[in-house]
Design a protein around this ligand. Structure first.
Ligand SMILES: Nc1ncnc2c1ncn2[C@@H]1O[C@H](COP(=O)(O)OP(=O)(O)OP(=O)(O)O)[C@@H](O)[C@H]1O
Length: 852
């Protein structure tokens, strides 16, 4: 192809492509373009535009308004460009369009994001009156607010009503305002600067724009105040709160202003000259300033420029999602600050004690009411050890022991088991013979001989521990010829008990080697005691209680005793440690357990407020603060015979027990549950899983033993205090002879404690019973059913069934309840029951009972 020919062409041309070549799809075919020559004309700038540009050139100082306008123009042009389609025809059209013509300018119709092409009828452009009224609106909003209105707003009102003040006047006023607003230290107040804008005349649409900018400035500054002066929260109504309110108002007024801006959209695009007039005034008015002034004004104009730039973007004056989110965030921050301030004022976070006081308002603190605030706890003398029976010393039965050892060796030899007794330990009720098998002898060779050994030793029962954990021997436990009772005093007098500083230390008994076993209920943290009748459960609970009376003051420990058997724990009535008299009623017991759950929740709330994890830390802090009365006592809930409770209301009891067992440890509530029947319907999986410490007394079968301690062995126990103790989830059980405490001892100790302090019950059994009654009788539909019956002047079970979509049982129960309450008459055969109360009486009932 000859390119030199093509160069000679003067006009841009498309090379004519023969139809044939098109068909042939010639790969060499190309489209070339050349710039026009000769007739080309640069676009002529309209006169008005040139004038404006000249004026701009004359202007020495660049202002923020200029930047704003230039940017706007740039955007406007870009938008125009983007609207114009590419291609030659379009280019030519564009050239035509740019050329000056006498046809008046008409704005391109752009669909509104809100109205589309069907915009509402345009209101007359914002006149001076319109702007004034907008300002008046704004001022009236501000005046209705409780806070003080900046004087500048009032001033503006006056200024707006004045016809076009001269530039000198503006300047003097501006000077005055600046003088007033400059602090002595010379730091320029941003609010003062931002408030200068309304001084500009308000008779042009551009003024409206400038004012809108000012609005945005004020908003910006209030937002900046809110964000950067967060630590300024000392004012009750809060400067931050004020800011948030102001932002709120500004958002509204801004919407109004932006409306005006949008309505003057045509001016915005077409007549930009007045804008420059206003912009020119800025350097004139700010010309008085020295270097100190320049900087803030520069900042301020920059801000305004930013704001104007922002304002260009949306025609949409509706609150966008981001705006809303931001607004909500600002409001919530303000309210948070306010609440924080209020909290601080109340001194909530001052110390633990005040935290506790605040929490007291959440739940009823009944324990606090027991003791006086900020006083030393009342004196409590622990009972003397002399009140208990002295320990019994068993005679050394050495002869019998040697005899039994010999018998055991002979039996093993007779059965060809190469093993012999290497050690003998005599406990209070049982003696353990340690047998060591020779190498190569299987353990089960010995364990298989249980019955044979029992026969040859003529023992009542034997229990084998094969092997003894941590030893090379197998333990064969044979009951003593004469069992020695372990009196409580023996353990309480031991070093182990005396040295234990926990108020919840309890004596359990002596192990097989005669060592006292003391456990801490805090570590337990909940215990399950199970065994057949007469095996020693009640005695065990008694020894625990007496131990506690020897260790804990009534201020340190509160007891909730539930004794459905009625007689076992009765002696403890009226001791100062009780939260209520011993509960013997099963229904009341259920409610009492619920109280314990509530108390647990209350304590956790207290801990949250005090910022502690558990009761010991909480009490430590209360001690340090000298708030002895705020210390929380430990609560030990003892249930003697869980089976009775489980028979009555299994769901409620199981729920309460498992909730306490699950999480009450840290808040100082401990649970000890005793039962005769260790079957799975009493000790459910849920209860068992949450009570890690188990004490198994003698049971009748290995299955029962497994239910209690997850292994056999309890069926071989001797009864009368012989027990297997599995501490806190341990699979290893320890055989103990439980301590014994007689009724006389209990009476003596209890009398002493009763004399020390009077009981301060938190509730009586009757209260619990009435509460249980109410709970039982409550039906959430009751009040609605009453209203229905009164409105219908009668009710029947079937009508209630239809109205409330309930079953017959519930409907008839509701009818019976209404009858008992005297709302409905008694049954009259097939006739409907009469309503015995009026509408007013019903309303009174509803008001007094709280049902509505
Ligand atoms: N540690 C002990 N030392 C000596 N004797 C004991 C001991 N524990 C219990 N006994 C004896 O066993 C008897 C029954 O004990 P206890 O009343 O505690 O049994 P229980 O398991 O509570 O029975 P129930 O479930 O029927 O009430 C007591 O009267 C007492 O004589």
């Amino acid at each position: 192809m000859d390119f030199s020919k093509l160069k000679a062409e003067s006009k841009p041309t498309y090379l004519p492509r023969p139809a044939q070549s098109m068909k042939m799809n010639d790969p060499d075919a190309k489209v070339l373009y050349q710039y026009p020559k000769g007739q080309f004309k640069f676009p002529v700038i309209p006169d008005r535009e040139r004038l404006r540009r000249n004026r701009q050139d004359e202007q020495p100082v660049r202002t923020a308004g200029k930047k704003q306008k230039a940017e706007h123009q740039k955007k406007h042009e870009t938008r125009k460009k983007s609207n114009s389609a590419s291609g030659e025809d379009q280019r030519e059209n564009k050239l035509k369009k740019i050329q000056p013509s006498n046809v008046p300018f008409r704005p391109t119709e752009i669909p509104s994001p809100i109205y589309g092409f069907t915009r509402p009828e345009k209101k007359p452009t914002a006149t001076k009156e319109a702007v004034e009224s907008q300002f008046e609106n704004k001022i009236s909003i501000l005046e209705n607010e409780p806070f003080e209105i900046p004087a500048i707003y009032h001033k503006n009102e006056g200024e707006l009503s004045e016809p076009n003040p001269s530039s000198e006047e503006i300047e003097t006023e501006r000077k005055e305002t600046i003088d007033k607003t400059i602090p002595e230290n010379g730091v320029f107040s941003e609010v003062a600067v931002s408030a200068q804008a309304p001084v500009l005349p308000a008779d042009t649409p551009e003024t409206v724009i400038a004012e809108a900018g000012m609005e945005m400035d004020t908003k910006l500054q209030t937002e900046i105040d809110a964000e950067f002066h967060e630590d300024e929260r000392a004012v009750p109504d809060g400067s931050s709160f004020f800011s948030a309110e102001l932002v709120d108002i500004d958002t509204d007024t801004e919407a109004v202003q932006l409306n005006a801006v949008e309505e003057n959209h045509d001016y915005w695009h077409e007549e930009s000259a007045p804008v420059s007039v206003i912009e020119e005034r800025v350097p004139v008015t700010s010309g008085i300033e020295s270097d100190v002034w320049d900087e803030p004004i520069q900042e301020q104009t920059e801000k305004r420029e930013d704001v104007s730039r922002k304002k260009h973007i949306p025609f949409n004056v509706m609150m966008t999602k981001q705006d809303r989110d931001r607004w909500i965030q600002l409001q919530s921050e303000a309210s948070q600050k306010k609440s924080l301030f209020e909290d601080e004022e109340a001194g909530v976070y001052e110390n633990v004690s005040t935290g506790m006081q605040q929490s007291e308002t959440i739940t009823e603190n009944r324990i606090e009411a027991v003791s006086d605030h900020d006083e030393e706890p009342p004196f409590y003398a622990f009972p003397s050890i002399e009140l208990l029976t002295p320990p019994a010393y068993a005679q050394n039965d050495q002869e019998w022991l040697e005899e039994q050892s010999q018998l055991l060796n002979d039996t093993l030899k007779n059965f060809n088991v190469r093993a012999k007794v290497v050690n003998v330990t005599q406990g209070p009720a049982v003696t353990r013979f340690e047998v060591q098998p020779e190498p190569g002898v299987k353990v089960n060779k010995i364990t298989n001989l249980t019955d044979d050994i029992k026969l040859s030793l003529a023992a009542q029962d034997i229990r084998m521990e094969a092997p003894i954990p941590g030893k090379h021997t197998i333990g064969i436990e044979i009951p003593n010829r004469k069992s020695k009772p372990v009196f409580l005093r023996e353990v309480l007098d031991s070093e182990a008990f005396k040295k234990d500083r926990s108020p919840l230390a309890v004596a359990l008994g002596l192990d097989i080697s005669g060592q006292p076993i003391v456990t801490d209920l805090k570590k337990m943290p909940h215990g399950l005691i199970a065994g057949a009748t007469g095996s020693g459960k009640s005695v065990c609970i008694n020894t625990m209680l007496i131990s506690l009376l020897y260790k804990a003051t009534p201020q340190e420990l509160k007891l909730l005793l539930i004794d459905p058997k009625m007689v076992e724990l009765a002696p403890y009535n009226r001791i100062p440690h009780l939260v209520s008299p011993v509960i013997t009623d099963v229904k009341a017991a259920t409610v009492a357990l619920k109280w314990a759950v509530e108390e647990m929740e209350r304590r956790y709330e207290l801990f949250v407020h005090a910022g502690v994890r558990d009761i010991s830390r909480f009490n430590e802090l209360a001690d340090k603060a000298g708030q002895y009365s705020d210390k929380l006592p430990f609560i030990v809930v003892i249930i003697d015979e869980l089976a009775d409770l489980m028979m009555m209301s299994p769901a409620d009891v199981e729920e309460a027990i498992s909730r306490i067992a699950q999480k009450a440890r840290a808040c100082g509530i401990h649970l000890i549950v005793a039962t005769q029947r260790p079957s799975v319907d009493v000790i459910t999986g849920l209860i068992k899983a949450n009570i890690p410490t188990r004490i198994a007394f003698s049971v009748s079968s290995q299955v029962d033993s497994r239910t209690i301690i997850d292994s056999g062995g309890a069926e071989k126990l001797l009864g009368k205090g012989d027990m297997l103790f599995a501490e806190n989830g341990s699979s290893k059980t320890v055989r103990l002879q439980g301590t014994f405490v007689s009724d006389e001892e209990i009476d003596q100790v209890v009398n002493h404690v009763k004399n020390e302090q009077a009981p301060a019950y938190l509730f009586e059994q009757e209260e619990l019973l009435s509460k249980a009654q109410v709970t039982e009788e409550t039906d959430e539909l009751f009040y609605e059913a009453c209203e229905f019956a009164v409105n219908q002047s009668g009710a029947s079970a079937s009508s209630l069934q239809r109205r409330f979509h309930v079953g017959y049982n519930r409907a008839s129960r509701l009818i019976e309840m209404m009858e008992r309450q005297g709302i409905l008459s008694e049954s009259r055969g097939s006739k409907p029951r009469d309503v015995l109360i009026s509408q007013e009486e019903l309303e009174f009932i509803l008001e007094t009972s709280g049902g509505n």
